[in-house]
Structures are given as C-alpha cells and as structure tokens.
Design a protein around this ligand. Sequence first.
Ligand code: CA
Ligand code: CA
Ligand code: CA
Length: 132
Amino acid sequence: MELHTILMILLPVAVLGQVDLNALARDTFYKMDVSQDGLVTRIELAGYFNRMDQNGDAKISKHEYTDYITDIYGHSPDLNHYVHTIYDNLDYNNDHHVDQLDYNRNFDRADTNFDDFVDEDEFNRLFMALAQ
Ligand SMILES: [Ca+2]
Ligand SMILES: [Ca+2]
Ligand SMILES: [Ca+2]
C-alpha cells in the first residue's frame, strides 16, 4: 500500500480517495460557524474565505482555495475534481475570483427562508448544488 493511500484512509472526508461530500459539507459548515450556534452569518461566511486569502487582496483565487482545502484534507484526484467544480460555481459572476460579491450571492442562494442566517440544512443544499 502506498503512503498516499494510507494518508487518505486517515482523512474523514476522503476514504480511499473517494470524497464523502456529506462529511465535507458538515466539516465546512463547522469551520464557518465560528460562534458554534448552528447558524452561519454573512460575517462568518466572509471570515471563512478571508482565512484563505494569502496575499490579502480580498479576493480568493482558485489557487488559494485549492491550497486551503488540500492543506486540510490532503490531495486526491476526486477531491481536486470537487474543489475545482465548487470553486467555479462559487464564482457567481465568472470573473475567476471569489470575492465579497460572490459570498453575498451564495449566501442569498443558500438562505431559502430569508432569515439572514444559513442553517446546516440550507448549507448542505447549497454545497451539494455547488459540487454538481
Ligand atoms: Ca487573495
Ligand atoms: Ca467572482
Ligand atoms: Ca436561513
């Protein structure tokens, strides 16, 4: 067994290179929900992306996004596929950056009951749509 394969087994979201999207969604939600009240605010969503912003230009490049995700979960072809698909879908206006405009559009898309919070069910629906 290759070391690469062993590392994949240790990761909760990528077992044997197969990404568990539900686990990835759940983990992403917990990382966003800094206050741990089960609701994500616009500020928490922006904060999540700001943690990826290596060069401080208030825009997340695909490179920054990919680095952030693979630093946490490791590399696998399956995960790379989802990372690129999710990034392209997050980039609402297709300008090859994910920034405040895109955060707002995705937040609005997720918040289907218009209470200005994104709960875990709302987030899961958005995440699955972004991963398609
Ligand atoms: Ca940046
Ligand atoms: Ca954009
Ligand atoms: Ca809501």
